[in-house]
Design a protein around this ligand. Structure first.
Ligand SMILES: Nc1nc2c(ncn2[C@@H]2O[C@H](COP(=O)(O)OP(=O)(O)OP(=O)(O)O)[C@@H](O)[C@H]2O)c(=O)[nH]1
Ligand SMILES: [Mg+2]
Length: 460
């Protein structure tokens, strides 16, 4: 996908900025910047360096202290100080000075850049949510485009959304993100806006954005009514949803369990839309498996709202498979993020099983540690067919334990319901009496209750 052409368009160069807060340890801080780097690469940027600082908070006017700000400007060719009119010559000299004095990364970068006019980073990406004025200050000090973590995630969602529902939701989240920042940055003069900002939305004034949001909301409601109808047709079916942190391996498991061709990529947010497929080999009644969008820390609030709708699938499932990349050193933090998003959308009441995936990458010592910490977890590798078969059996086992047996009487006049019965419960035996068919069935209590209600209702 990435190598469709020999002549690549110039890759924007980005510098990452991280603030290490007192409560964040070194491993978590490094992992967070690592993850930000992967997000940024997903957007097609090249990461050329990073600037990181321990601070009490992220609220400072220019985020970084003055020394670190100058170090950052060394990557971008800015003045390193927050002024609206820093002359370029001074900023260059200053940048060189800071690069020479800076840490190894900055020095290496300066060496690689060489003479004047050498490529510099055009984008600064901060691993925290920034206020519009912080963005403006950083832009002034660095002369680069500034994006925060939220902006990066919103942009990825924007590029990856495929279904109409996802597109509408993401456009709404994006407008809400862009609107306040657009107002601020317009005071900074007619600087070019980079790929993150979106040229067309920037041309709209705030009233137009409000109108557009109202319009989108209306369209979204219509689309959601449709998908509600589709969902209610699936109600009371045996449904299992794969949920978890981005890149944990949900789609890989989906493929393995259902034999479907869903997208699997070593990218964050490869999947943005829920897909539903039938568990293979097919069972009676069949089990539906949903693949869902992944979670990430500091998920922008408006995107949580869009998750809520895509994740209605998960809410309505009888079983959640909580997929975790067990080979990731920060898997526990990822697990916590996923749990809190599920809590936020009210899915914490749905029965869940922890699935520790990518065990093929885990050594014996770590395996023992994981087994002790999560004795109830299912350990597997999505790439190992025997593991996937075992998971398949666990899923069936779960539903079997939930199922009950019942007798349904199907009057001759109501034979039209037979298809629905076979779809939603397993028919164990079929008999006839003077009134019609008598079926011995096994299924989920909800499905049986629904069929009994349909049978009790007066026929048409
Ligand atoms: N070694 C190993 N790699 C795996 C395993 N499962 C998935 N992967 C890899 O992990 C990467 C992400 O897999 P996906 O299935 O796309 O992950 P996802 O959870 O659907 O990710 P998003 O859709 O981005 O949220 C891919 O490169 C997979 O090949 C596993 O069991 N072992
Ligand atoms: Mg996926």
């Amino acid at each position: 996908m990435d190598r469709k052409m020999e002549t690549k368009p110039p890759t924007p160069r980005a510098v990452l900025v991280g603030i290490q807060l007192p409560e964040v340890d070194d491993v978590a801080h490094a992992a967070s910047l690592e993850e930000l780097g992967r997000l940024v690469k997903t957007l097609g940027y090249e990461v050329v360096g990073q600037v990181s600082q321990r601070r009490e908070g992220t609220g400072a006017g220019a985020v970084l202290g003055s020394g670190k700000l100058a170090e950052l400007a060394g990557f971008t060719g800015g003045s390193g100080v927050v002024t609206s009119m820093a002359p370029a010559s001074r900023s260059k000299a200053r940048a060189r000075f800071e690069e020479a004095a800076g840490p190894k990364e900055a020095a290496e970068d300066a060496a690689e850049d060489g003479a004047a006019g050498a490529p510099r980073a055009e984008v600064v990406i901060v691993d925290h949510e920034l206020s519009p004025s912080q963005i403006r200050n950083l832009e002034r000090a660095t002369r680069a485009e500034v994006l925060d973590r939220t902006g990066v995630i919103v942009e990825i969602f924007h590029r990856h959304a495929k279904t109409r529902e996802a597109k509408l939701q993401v456009e709404m989240a994006r407008l809400k993100y862009v609107a306040p920042r657009m107002r601020e940055s317009s005071t900074g003069g007619g600087r070019q806006q980079g790929p993150g900002a979106g040229e067309t939305t920037l041309d709209l004034d705030r009233r137009k954005i409000r109108d557009r949001l109202a319009e989108l909301r209306g369209q979204l409601e219509a689309v959601q009514r449709d998908s509600d109808n589709r969902r209610s047709a699936r109600r009371d079916q045996l449904r299992v949803a794969l949920v978890g942190y981005t890149n944990a391996g949900k789609s890989s498991l989906m493929r393995a369990l259902t034999g479907s061709e869903v997208l699997v990529e070593d990218k964050l947010f490869a999947t943005l839309d829920t897909t539903v497929r039938i568990l293979q080999p097919e069972t009676r009644p069949r089990v539906l498996v949903s693949d869902t969008v992944g979670f990430i820390k500091q998920l922008p609030h408006d995107l949580v709202a869009s998750f809520r709708s895509t994740l209605t699938e998960a809410l309505e499932a009888s079983l959640l498979l909580f997929v975790v990349d067990a080979s990731d050193p920060t898997y526990e933090a990822q697990l916590e993020v996923s749990r809190s998003v599920l809590r936020e959308i009210g899915a914490d009441a749905v029965p869940a099983r922890l699935v520790l995936n990518k065990m093929d990458r885990v050594d014996a010592g770590r395996r023992a540690m994981l087994a002790e910490k999560h004795p109830e977890a299912i350990m597997l590798s999505a790439h190992a067919p025997e593991d996937v078969r075992a998971l398949h059996d666990r899923i069936i086992g779960f539903f079997e334990a939930e199922m009950q047996e019942a007798t349904l009487s199907l009057p001759y006049a109501r034979q039209g319901l037979i298809g629905e019965i076979y779809d939603s419960v397993r028919v164990l035996a079929e008999d006839y009496d003077e009134r019609g068919r008598v079926l011995q069935v096994r299924g989920l209590p909800g499905a049986i209750a629904r069929l009994q209600r349909s049978l009790a209702a007066p026929g048409q």
